[in-house]
Design a protein around this ligand. Structure first.
Ligand SMILES: NC(=O)c1ccc[n+]([C@@H]2O[C@H](COP(=O)([O-])OP(=O)(O)OC[C@H]3O[C@@H](n4cnc5c(N)ncnc54)[C@H](O)[C@@H]3O)[C@@H](O)[C@H]2O)c1
Length: 307
């Protein structure tokens, strides 16, 4: 494995506690900070759950877990850290303030943000040591979804991407390295493209929301858990990817030309989609539904990731 690193996690919510659990399970020492004392106190139990999840899927079991320290102040969390993973609420000025404070106490640390929406050029503009900054965007829940995308800003040094990729890979996850930033990065751009069409199919009354979900869980998602969409085309028939483009290209292009989305959704459509989903999973049942999701994710990890 990579060397044991000193990692600071800022924010102990859904994402931060999950990262803290994953990094400690991989043997790194983690200092976790959250200004909300209750959230911080609850994080130890959450990290134990993360370790139990990882034990259930048999990953990182050859490692001795790193120490978890709950840090009441940001300074205590980041001083001397090699890598700082920021997981505070999605508010630009809040995050920029945290980066400035972090840099004051950790001049040499890599500062990474888990942000889903802010490009690194905006997050880190004017920050000292911008060569050691980037976005490390996970999927929810970060300890079970085995990927993070690394998004460099204009100032990010290649060595920062290399060091961060090594840290993420030390957890058993894989990375995708973007060559430069773009709104939504890669994971959400792909997700939003699919969602935009999903909304249209419901809005045009072609398909009900629950059926639409099934098209992904029993169809595309099932295949895509094993093989990417581009490689899936390459394996589809004679002639590899180029052969498929020639055979099906005109028909595919006809449909793709209809996919331009100018009005992604309306409030009325949001209600149309919400109603059947809410009937199936009322808000009170969402915590149970999340646990059921994670149970299936663990089964999938066991199936696909066990050597
Ligand atoms: N939830 C997702 O699906 C998801 C996926 C990928 C990335 N992200 C990104 O991860 C980040 C965190 O999201 P989340 O879902 O964990 O949010 P969350 O609301 O669950 O957790 C945020 C935590 O940050 C803490 N916090 C508030 N002020 C802080 C400060 N000044 N310093 C440190 N911590 C502070 C809060 O007390 C809370 O515990 C966001 O940037 C979000 O865009 C979220």
């Amino acid at each position: 494995m990579a060397d044991q690193l000193s990692v600071a996690c800022l924010g102990a919510g859904l994402i931060g506690a999950s990262w803290a659990g994953l990094f400690t399970a991989a043997g790194h020492a983690v200092r976790l900070h959250d200004p909300d004392a209750e959230a911080l106190a609850a994080a130890r139990a959450r990290v134990a759950e993360v370790h139990a999840d990882l034990a259930a899927i048999g990953v990182l079991q050859d490692r001795r877990p790193g120490e978890l320290t709950l840090a009441p102040t940001l300074a205590e969390a980041v001083s001397g850290a090699d890598h700082v993973q920021e997981n505070a609420p999605e508010k630009l000025e809040l995050k920029r303030g945290l980066f400035a404070e972090t840099r004051a106490h950790a001049p040499d640390a890599v500062i990474a943000s888990s942000t889903s929406t802010f490009p690194p050029s905006q997050l880190f503009e004017g920050l000292a040591g911008a060569d050691k900054t980037l976005v490390v965007h996970p999927m929810l829940p970060p300890h079970l979804m085995p990927i993070a995308e690394l998004v460099p800003g204009p100032a990010t040094a290649p060595a920062t991407l290399d060091a961060t990729a090594a840290l993420i890979r030390s957890t058993g996850h894989e990375v995708i390295r973007l060559k430069r930033e773009t709104p939504g990065f890669v994971l959400n751009r792909l997700q939003f493209a699919l969602l935009a069409e999903a909304y249209q199919l419901v809005d045009r009354d072609i398909c009900d929301p629950v059926e639409l979900d099934r098209a992904v869980t029993r169809g595309l998602g099932y295949r895509w858990a094993c093989i990417g969409p581009l490689t899936a085309s390459h394996l589809m028939g004679a002639g590899g990817f180029a052969g498929q483009m020639r055979a099906y290209g005109p028909a595919v292009q006809t449909v793709m030309r209809q996919l331009n989305v100018t009005e992604p959704w309306s409030d009325a459509l949001a209600d149309t989609i919400d109603t059947p989903l809410r009937a199936r999973t009322p808000e009170a049942a969402i915590p149970d539904a999340r646990r059921a999701r994670d149970t299936r994710l663990k089964a999938l990890r066991r199936l696909l990731d066990t050597p």
